[in-house]
Write a protein that binds this ligand. Sequence first.
Ligand SMILES: [Zn+2]
Length: 109
Amino acid sequence: MMTDNVQTALVVTNGLTRRIRDWRTTEQLNDNLFVQTDYYSGDTRQVEKSQCQCGKEIWIEYGVEGFRADRKRVFYPHQDEFHHVFRCDQCSSPVSESVPGAEYDQDTA
Ligand SMILES: [Zn+2]
């Protein structure tokens, strides 16, 4: 990984300071499951690339604390880490029913 030219990547929007992320796929675990690393901070995340039944691409991040009990975050690829998708923008289906992998896992405590 390149370490030169890494800057403090922050952007201020409406008075809120947010970190700019530049997620790059650094490991492919299987056909749809990837590990991505933020170029700026070195943070990593595990992402599954899926899609709605209508064809819209939707991703699922695993291990996200503080939201769903099963620690999944459902989002569109262009969205930052603060977004969660409940219903598909394109077909209005609940993503827990229309996106493989986004169903609620009942066994997670
Ligand atoms: Zn849809």
